[in-house]
Design a binder for this molecule. Structure first.
Ligand code: PLP
Length: 382
């Protein structure tokens, strides 16, 4: 099938695979970077440090502020739990939004069970959080605000800069889940006062199981670790470093960053044509702000068509996604769209298509043709 679910995961770039292979086998640099007593271990450590420098360069931070994790889920857990548990004596209030990824929401729920209070901000109907709403939710005991940069379901981009400036003035820590933004949209930590930033390699043509949490001013900002052991990653994330994953992630981010000027307009064109061609066939509704949106994601409903039935029809021909999870016969519509006030048929019909630099215009036309055929079949069956 044509794969239009890159917000879920992307293929690893061939340049990245090549680099990763050099860290795996006999004759390669497969050594443990913590074994610094011998030259092979030192070589592995040097490679990890090189990756750290490369990632820092792409994000506009210092290399010793990059803490490697297994992905954005772990980075989000470390940011939220790390800050909350280390600073509980100063306050027990956190602010996030109702449209976060589950790795933030469920961490917040766990913290609530441990005695913390969490405010879940509701987005406007366009899918973004008003900076004023963040300001109004602040309390003297607020430790941290955690917001998603680019929403994984709608692609809507949050007003991160405005919120970061409000929080810097208020002296409250700001964590940003940039899993859908890194490598695709510009992120400059040198220019934006963000304290913690999560990212995940497999969203930008790197390997699965690799990510990082950037902790600005790490020497000043205390975090409680989640994993204890050998004390790797400045004592914040014990465990032997996954050298091949780390090298893969930094290569993928360097590649994505160097290609961004060409990839961004190219992918934006793919999305524009996809929407235009669909609109020629059907009456569709696009969810979320059309301007303040990532070119990599579109979330839409086709009038009168349910998403689960459509995705079933397309399962072997076009890979799309919906926010709904079908468990034991009951359909859970997207909590993200629900929070934006989307309801009824539009809510139950919502489908996400997500794009990458590897798609062609022919892929787009073929996908629209297949979607059109599937919808016509469904309409005939009705
Ligand atoms: N945050 C967002 C916004 C995501 O889209 C994802 C992807 O699933 C994650 C976090 C989790 O990332 P990972 O798969 O690296 O744990």
């Amino acid at each position: 099938p044509l794969y239009f679910d890159t917000a879920s995961t992307t293929p690893v770039a061939s340049e990245v695979i090549e680099v990763m292979m050099a860290y795996l086998g006999v004759g390669g640099c497969y050594y443990n970077p913590s074994s610094t007593k011998h030259q092979p271990g030192q070589a592995a450590a040097a490679s990890v440090e090189l990756s750290r420098v490369e990632i820092a360069k792409a994000l506009g931070c210092e290399s010793d502020e990059v803490v490697f994790t297994s992905g954005a889920t772990e980075a989000n857990n470390l940011a939220l739990r790390g800050v909350a548990l280390a600073h509980a004596s100063h306050g027990r209030h956190l602010i996030t939004s109702a449209i976060e990824h589950k790795s933030v929401l469920d961490t917040c729920h766990a913290l609530e069970r441990e005695g913390f209070e969490v405010t879940y901000l509701i987005p406007n109907s366009q899918g973004w959080i008003e900076p004023e709403a963040v300001k109004e939710a602040l309390r003297p005991d607020t430790l941290l605000v955690s917001l998603i940069h680019t929403n994984n379901e709608t692609g809507v981009i949050q007003p991160i800069e405005a919120i970061a400036n409000i929080l810097m003035e208020a002296g409250v820590l700001f964590h940003v889940d940039a899993a859908q933004a890194a490598g695709k949209l510009p992120i400059d930590l040198a220019a934006t006062p963000i304290d913690l930033l999560s990212l995940s390699a497999h969203k930008f043509h790197g390997p699965k199981g690799a990510g990082c949490l950037v902790i600005r001013n790490r020497r000043q900002l205390r975090l409680q670790p989640i994993l204890y052991g050998g004390g790797q990653e400045f004592g914040l994330r014990s465990g032997t470093l996954a050298t091949h994953q780390i090298a893969g992630m930094s290569t993928a981010l360097r590649l994505a960053t160097s290609r961004r000027q060409q990839d961004y307009p190219y992918v934006a064109k793919l999305k524009k044509v996809f929407i235009e061609q669909l609109e020629q066939q059907f009456c569709i509704k696009i969810h979320g702000d059309r301007e303040r949106c990532s070119p990599y994601i579109v979330n839409f409903s086709i009038n009168g068509i349910g998403s689960d039935a459509l995705l079933n029809q397309l399962a072997t021909t076009v890979a799309l996604s919906s926010g709904s999870a079908c468990s034991s016969g009951t359909i859970d519509p997207s909590y993200v769209l629900r929070a934006m006030g989307v309801e009824g048929d539009a809510l139950y019909g919502a489908v996400r298509a997500s794009f990458s630099r590897y798609h062609t215009m022919t892929d787009i036309s073929q996908a629209v043709e297949r979607i059109t055929a599937a919808v016509r079949r469904m309409q005939e069956l009705d």
